[in-house]
Design a protein around this ligand. Structure first.
Ligand code: DHE
Length: 516
């Protein structure tokens, strides 16, 4: 009886609050069912500043008022007053009082494997399974699987909300893992064209990386400050690293990358002057955390760290670095310094900074690609705040050329069989332009404008480098297939705000000119 009275009073308080337009009560009444009582997500995404950061201000109010096209999100303009919508928006962008631990047990509780999934013994289609493309369609949160020879869509499946970063393929190209900003990881079988399962590895995640042997999947998280490692076989948790620097200060993980030749994961830390390397080789040699003078023994003694699978090595840097470009041998990386003006070169083998590059205008090193020019290996990077590309000699660590563009770009792409680099102009009035640049002369040879006024961005080649696929990054957008040699349009596939495209072969072979 007492319980009933308490419950009823609580309910009445919520409704009274909602009637008075109190944001917390409005949330409980209108949002909690889909987005979770704790705002950490349910059938809808988490509504916390960490994930909403990218749509604050009037946009958030507009989504509450008008809903979101092609999702379950209804509009509340007829239910809530403009003041209530504004108050609710404000409430959603305040931090949670307590950040959940999101420990292995909590992660495990979210894991689902599809009971109807039946693996096939051969691909369920005629196309070349290694020349498939995955196209992430952010307009309605789907991925299309495209045959890279015939350019037909073989499957189109729903993903978690707001997929970000590249999906990661097992070394044989059969399975793929896809991550959303809300920390969900989805496993999909490219032969059966079927989803296998999902798990929520973090609350606000950055990207994923797969180990060289394809057995482990690392998930970089902002919230909580962890790196989650999943078993690729069944998405179960293998390990959760609490990420903190040597002195114990916690750090967000900006990104995690696979370093194939080193058989390790490399981590960029947002808040700590360290780069982490985590062994993915079960027989990894012992890692030493540092050295101390042992006066008793009259010698310098190594402090033993961990060894074997997931052994951790810390590389100290002067200040936090992120957005890494790796040289093809994975001996060096270039990281972006906080000031957005410099690139810092780190030799991963000796574990120290060896050079600095002047790269004003926020270089986007993670989109950097490399190729051989006049017998020397160069890399190029776009800049998010300047209309230019920087071309760097990665033996001398000098900027060899700055290419002026029609606006700041986001992505760069090429292929070992192509003479050209494709560079989008993502920001500004010329965002409908795509530059095609000759790799040897470093001159812009063509500027394509396939849909005047529409953003065109992100390119991916097929496995032979004969075709280049370009996204028309609009809700009623398309993927345009170009002949990569003649630059003529071959075909156009309608898509809902297509963002990244990923060719299975180029990814698993670590093809020159693409992201990994
Ligand atoms: Fe990305 C990749 C970080 C904003 C679309 N982006 C990546 C990767 C990182 C990163 C670390 C590499 C992950 C990987 O593939 O494993 N992105 C960041 C940011 O820090 C930044 C600037 C701010 C943020 O909010 O996170 C950012 N990114 C964006 C966007 O606004 C884009 C254009 C739209 C979106 O979906 O959010 C965007 N990012 C992408 C895409 C890739 C990506 C399509 C994969 C590129 C590839 O070819 O592999």
């Amino acid at each position: 009886m007492i319980r009933f009275i308490v419950f009823t009073s609580l309910l009445l308080a919520v409704f009274a609050g909602a009637a008075r337009g109190e944001p917390r009560a409005l949330y409980s009444r209108y949002c909690a069912e889909c987005h979770g009582a704790d705002r950490l997500g349910g059938t809808g995404p988490a509504l916390i500043p960490e994930t909403l950061e990218r749509m604050r201000g009037p946009k958030l109010g507009a989504v509450i008022a008008e809903g979101r096209v092609a999702t379950q999100m209804p509009g509340f303009a007829d239910t809530l007053s403009p003041d209530e919508i504004a108050a609710l928006g404000e409430y959603l962008t305040t931090s949670l009082a307590k950040i959940p631990d999101w420990d292995p047990e909590q992660i495990e509780r979210t894991r689902t494997l599809d009971p109807d999934y039946v693996p096939v013994t051969a691909p369920a289609f005629d196309a070349d399974p290694l020349n498939l493309f995955l196209v992430v369609e952010t307009g309605d949160h789907h991925v299309s699987v495209v045959d890279g020879d015939g350019f037909t869509v073989l499957d189109r499946f729903p993903t978690p909300f707001a997929v970000h970063g590249g999906p990661k393929f097992t070394p044989d190209g059969r399975f793929v893992f896809i991550m959303s900003r809300d920390g969900w990881v989805q496993k999909y079988d490219l032969w059966s064209l079927a989803e296998i399962g999902r798990v929520r590895a973090g609350l606000n995640s950055r990207n994923i990386a797969i180990s060289r042997d394809g057995k482990h999947l690392a998930v970089a998280n902002y919230l909580p400050r962890t790196l989650t490692i999943l078993a690729t076989a069944d998405l179960s948790v293998e390990k959760v690293f609490e990420v903190a620097d040597k002195d114990g200060t916690a750090s967000r993980v900006s990104a995690v990358y696979q370093a194939p030749q080193r058989d390790s994961f490399i981590l960029a830390l947002k808040d700590a002057p360290e780069i982490w390397e985590i062994a993915t080789d079960p027989d990894a040699a012992p890692v030493y955390e540092g050295y101390v003078h042992s006066y008793e023994k009259g010698m310098v003694e190594a402090i033993a760290g961990s060894e074997g699978l997931f052994a951790l090595r810390r590389i100290a840097v002067t200040s936090p670095l992120d957005d890494f470009f790796f040289t093809p041998d994975y001996r060096h990386l270039i990281g972006a310094a906080r000031d957005g003006e410099r690139g810092v070169v780190v030799n991963l083998t000796v574990g120290r900074e060896i050079a600095e590059l002047p790269l004003p205008g926020l270089p986007h090193l993670g989109s950097g690609i490399s190729w051989i020019r006049d017998g020397r290996r160069v890399m190029a990077t776009p800049h998010l705040k300047q209309a230019r590309l920087s071309v760097i000699d990665i033996e001398t660590w000098e900027v060899v050329k700055t290419i002026e563009t029609l606006g700041p770009g986001f992505f760069l792409r090429s292929h070992e069989n192509s003479r050209y680099v494709w560079a989008d102009v993502f920001f500004g009035p010329n965002r409908d332009a795509m530059h095609v640049i000759a790799k040897q002369t470093l001159e812009i040879v063509e500027t394509l404008r396939p849909v005047p006024g529409a953003t065109v961005a992100h390119v991916e080649f097929d496995r032979d480098g004969k075709h280049a696929l370009v996204s028309v990054w609009e809700d009623d957008g398309a993927v345009i297939v170009y002949n990569a040699q003649t630059l003529e349009e071959v075909t156009r596939l309608p898509m809902r705000k297509p963002s990244g495209k990923y060719n299975v072969w180029n990814k698993i072979s670590f093809s020159d000119g693409t992201s990994h």
